[in-house]
Ligand binder design. Structure first.
Ligand SMILES: NC(=O)c1ccc[n+]([C@@H]2O[C@H](COP(=O)([O-])OP(=O)(O)OC[C@H]3O[C@@H](n4cnc5c(N)ncnc54)[C@H](OP(=O)(O)O)[C@@H]3O)[C@@H](O)[C@H]2O)c1
Length: 428
């Protein structure tokens, strides 16, 4: 009989139920592999009377967190509550009590991971968080361990399945509100979708990846984010005509020793590694000096893929317990400069509604030129002869973000301008 390792699970929702269900179905095989049986001995929930998956024994449920955090027999705590509190406090208490912790909580790791890793280090226990970024994609361990021989210069990622589903639907001709409603109907978007569509979720995940890739403490507030709520279906059509797709891309790069970390809608050339990532799928593209380009692709959410990542962490911890290995926790030591968003550069796609009359293009070109921005191409798309309004799409050469913001202000104040309808960054 393999020896038991007792585990307390905080939360039995989508992911918690998924983890417990896999252990019920595959516990024997996992025990054979590890030489130890993972035994779920307590499960924290809010409501013990709620109907749950058949694999969850009602007798294990508790609403008392102390029953897990104060139980000396429990060696590992798996935190799957979500939200900042009480999850952060419970993780801290578990680590301080000498328990290893596995969590899928991107918000807690992005905001407090640095301090929590230090606490884990002091108590010589592990804090693993593979499921916090990219659902089932094994990205954290790859960056932390497998790419240790590399200097990483850039990470680009599609790390929010909800927004990627909406953007893929918009590329198929749906307007934003319609695509969001469809995502909500299918359970891909929450009733309050702001965390996803305003790019907060992606910023948490990018904060974690940036911190690990560059061994630097880059909290979410240092990441500039632009959501997808202002995008129009038209821009997907025009982008496609020019050979691009529109995606919410999280990018972290090291340029001249300064970190740039931003999340925003981006026009990607159709042959870009991330351009064919559709629907709820996620992908991460890493540039390492030894490995060159590496792409990881998979399901970024859902009970089963996320459980796969949580169990990978849990099994790694149990394997160390069996081997009697005390883990050395590595945490970033530096707080490097992060380039302000206005100082970053990009090419830009602009869509403007302007008066349909001679001399307008010259005025727009002058406004851009005064801010040091040159036009790469300009196409007149549609015109409403009655209203004497034309729609133009401009692609610029590389320009500083602050220069573009300044130029758009000038363009807005031109008498010929009816509307600045879109300004989207284009991948380099
Ligand atoms: N869902 C995904 O696809 C996915 C993907 C990647 C990462 N994650 C992360 O995984 C974590 C869990 O997500 P989820 O989707 O499984 O959440 P969920 O379905 O809302 O489940 C949360 C669970 O925690 C319990 N809970 C919440 N607050 C509690 C409290 N204060 N005291 C006691 N129990 C409490 C709930 O109890 P009741 O059941 O009694 O309400 C429920 O069982 C989150 O950090 C999330 O970001 C989720």
């Amino acid at each position: 009989m393999a020896r038991p390792v007792k585990v307390g699970v905080l939360g039995a929702g989508i992911v918690g139920s998924g983890v417990i269900s896999v252990l019920a179905r595959k516990g024997d095989r996992i025990a054979q592999t590890l030489g130890a049986r993972i035994e779920v001995s307590r499960i924290l929930v809010r409501d013990v009377t709620r109907q749950r998956d058949a694999s969850i024994h009602r007798g294990l449920l508790t609403t008392d967190a102390e029953a897990i955090l104060d139980d000396p027999e429990i060696a590992v705590v798996v935190e799957l509550l979500g939200g900042e509190e009480p999850a952060r406090t419970y993780i801290e208490r578990a680590l301080s009590a000498g328990k290893h912790v596995v969590t899928a909580n991107k918000e807690v790791i992005a905001k407090h991971g640095y301090e929590l890793l230090q606490i884990a280090d002091r108590h010589r226990v592990n804090l693993f968080f593979e499921a916090s970024v990219g659902g089932g994609i094994p990205i954290i361990r790859v960056v932390r361990r497998d790419l240790v021989a590399n200097d990483i210069s850039q990470i680009q990622a599609i790390i929010n399945g909800t927004t990627n589903f909406i953007l893929t639907a918009m590329a198929d001709g749906r307007e934003y509100a319609d695509a969001l409603a469809e995502a909500q109907r299918l359970g891909y978007a929450e009733a309050d979708p702001r965390n996803d569509v305003e790019a907060t979720d992606a910023a948490y995940k990018l904060s974690i990846l940036t911190t690990l890739a560059f061994r630097a403490d880059v909290r979410p507030e240092r990441i500039h984010r632009i959501g997808i709520t202002d995008l129009a279906e038209k821009d997907f059509r025009y982008a496609s005509e020019m050979g691009y797709v529109v995606r919410l891309v999280a990018t972290a790069r090291l340029v001249d020793g300064v970190i740039e970390a931003n999340v925003h809608p981006t026009l990607l050339p159709r042959d870009h590694h991330l351009a064919s990532v559709n629907g709820v799928f996620n992908a991460v593209l890493i540039d390492g000096d030894e490995v060159d380009k590496l792409v990881l692709y998979g399901r970024g959410a859902g009970a089963q893929p996320t459980s796969s990542a949580v169990l990978a962490d849990l099994c790694a911890i149990v394997a160390d317990i069996v081997a009697g290995v005390a883990q050395r926790v590595d945490f970033p030591a530096t707080s490097p400069p992060v380039r302000a968003f206005g100082e970053t550069t990009a090419r830009f796609y602009l869509r403007l509604s302007v008066a349909d009359e001679p001399g307008v293009l010259a005025q727009i070109a002058r406004a851009l030129g005064d801010s040091g921005i040159s036009i790469a191409s300009c196409i007149q798309k549609e015109s409403d002869e009655e209203a004497r309004v034309a729609e133009i799409v401009i692609m610029t050469h590389t320009a500083r973000q602050s220069a573009m913001t300044e130029a758009l202000q000038k363009i807005l104040h031109l008498s010929c301008t009816r509307q600045v309808s879109a300004s989207i960054r284009v991948d380099r």
